[in-house]
Design a protein around this ligand. Structure first.
Ligand code: DQQ
Length: 535
């Protein structure tokens, strides 16, 4: 047991050891959820990548399985990189993935289950005709990776899209295929955004929109993982299946310049349609923000976020909603409720809940804006989570929220909070932020303040949900309109020394908070007790 062993999570997905990155080919097949992932079993840093593999009945309790694919062919000998699954109408399972060849060229390869009747999907066959796609003329050998799940055209053929770049313009190419072995490159691009650089792990999927009085329609989400700044950006738009092009609803909120899935650590994500529960589920890779030395010392690096359902926000109509899958609630126990706690400006109130390292928290806040004289509310057109002093930067109406993973002397704590500021039109704008600057007394860890604005509609309270699991804090505002994932490395606020507080650091406004907490049971137990752990 290393001295850093407390950082290991209790209910997030992690391999038993070593390095993990992107989620790959998530799917539901013959009663089981499968997750494959970029895996380097040799050490806790990125290296020669294989496909790790695990399966689960509920997306929370996982059985580790043998590696699904390893570099053993000239076309993937430098790495079995990211890919996606497609389940055809007759249940045939198709896997497309990027191989890094013997010459480090990025090519796309086809694989399929060796025994399609095996619900464990243990053995995989690589198509003897691989690679099925090589970089087209004009595309760099190292700028062609991460094929999406395929979607079907009206003529029965299939299309996929693959991210790339042309100079500094991020692009997504579209290919058409009938058999997943031979492909035609379409003339146009699905989309392109100048200045966004290489698009990794493109994702493209429909979301259902409720049209008042008119029934349902669909919009399409396009997501790109920007290699240059390691964040996942999405936009809502429309898809024209004839030209195979996608157009954003709002060009100001285009891919790579507008909305992010998450304003903390969240990258190389991928969704899949869960035909079991008829929902779309998002997986995202959450890397460390400590040092590589610490990762090697603890013997592992990276987590997957708790899978999130993704849906269109029919209220704002400008964003998606992301919410932890309901199955995570099966880990809840020992519920504690604190109703209508008044927190005066500039005060902190402890919530007596026992150990606070494995928690699910929901909280609602009300603020009496009318009671504040108009003159007391300052214009704050410049406010930004990242540069406005974090939780210690005070305004008339914020910050207020929770301090998670705090020790009793408040030498370590992670504030997750709202901050209200007036924009240039005099309208109140709400920010949702998470501040890592006081999370750890260690000096080799990231101490960012992350966050963004969050839409709060008339009549809504300010609401947040937070999942705390030792070294990760996942925060969701207003039902999942804005999300922030933080990696935190407390040295004092660990195990039974970790506590929870509600705080209001506003200079004027008094806040009323209602908070519910649950202890979260470890899901990890199954990792060591199950007969299915054959690794
Ligand atoms: N990780 C994979 C690539 C992908 C990148 C390699 C994103 O396929 O583009 O491990 O993190």
């Amino acid at each position: 047991q290393s001295m850093l062993s407390w950082q290991r999570t209790a209910y997030h997905f992690q391999p038993k050891n070593s390095w993990m990155n992107d989620p790959n080919g998530p799917l539901f097949y013959k009663g089981w959820y499968h997750l494959f992932y970029q895996y380097n079993p040799d050490s806790a840093v990125w290296g020669l990548i294989r496909w790790g593999h695990a399966m689960s009945k509920d997306l929370i309790h996982w059985h580790h399985l043998p590696m699904a694919m390893v570099p053993d062919q000239w076309y993937d000998i430098n790495g079995v990189w990211t890919g996606s699954a497609t389940i055809l109408p007759d249940d045939t399972l198709i896997m497309l993935y990027t191989g890094s060849t013997n010459e480090s060229v990025q090519v796309q390869n086809l694989a399929y289950p060796a025994e399609p009747d095996d619900p464990f999907l243990t053995n995989w066959l690589k198509y003897p005709g691989n690679p099925v796609l090589v970089p087209p003329p004009g595309v760099g050998f190292k700028d062609f990776r991460d094929p999406t799940t395929a979607w079907q055209s009206s003529d029965g053929s299939w299309k996929i899209t693959i991210g790339s770049k042309l100079n500094t313009t991020g692009i997504s190419l579209v290919y058409k295929t009938k058999d997943f072995k031979t492909y035609d490159l379409m003339d146009g691009l699905l989309h392109a955004v100048p200045g966004t650089g290489m698009w990794e792990c493109v994702d493209f999927y429909p979301v259902t929109v409720e049209d008042k009085g008119l029934g349902m329609s669909v919009k399409y989400v396009l997501k790109a993982s920007l290699d240059d700044d390691k964040n996942d950006y999405y936009a809502l738009g429309t898809y024209d299946p004839v030209s195979d092009s996608w157009t954003p609803d709002d060009p100001v909120l285009d891919v790579g310049i507008g909305l992010r899935y998450d304003y903390g650590k969240y990258y190389a994500s991928k969704t899949f349609y869960d035909q079991n529960k008829e929902r779309r589920i998002l997986w995202g890779w959450i890397s460390e923000s400590d040092s590589e030395v610490a990762d090697v010392q603890k013997g592992w690096a990276s987590l997957q976020g708790i899978p999130r359902t993704v849906s269109f926000d029919n209220k704002t109509r400008t964003n998606i909603l992301q919410w932890p899958v309901e199955e995570v609630e099966s880990l809840r126990s020992n519920r504690k409720t604190f109703n209508n706690v008044t927190i005066k400006a500039g005060s902190i109130v402890p919530l007596d809940i026992g150990s606070a390292t494995q928690l699910d928290i929901t909280a609602e806040f009300e603020i009496d804006i009318a009671a504040l004289g108009e003159t007391n509310i300052e214009d704050d057109v410049e406010y930004k989570c990242s540069s406005s002093g974090g939780a210690s930067g005070r305004g008339a109406m914020g910050p207020f929220g929770l301090l998670v993973l705090a020790d009793g002397s408040l030498s370590e704590y992670t504030p997750v909070y709202f901050y209200l500021a007036k924009d240039s039109y005099g309208n109140i704008k709400t920010f949702f932020c998470a501040d890592q600057s006081m999370s750890s007394t260690a000096n080799d860890v990231g101490k960012f303040v992350n966050g963004s604005t969050v839409p709060v509609l008339a009549g809504e309270k300010f609401s947040m949900r937070i999942l705390v699991d030792h070294s990760i804090v996942e925060s969701f505002a207003q039902g999942g309109r804005t999300c922030i994932t933080s990696r935190v490395y407390p040295t004092k606020a660990i195990y039974e020394k970790a506590k929870l507080y509600v705080f209001n650091n506003a200079t004027e406004a008094s806040v009323t908070a209602s908070v519910t907490t649950w202890q979260m049971t470890s899901s990890a137990v199954i990792r060591s007790s199950s007969m299915l752990c054959v690794v």
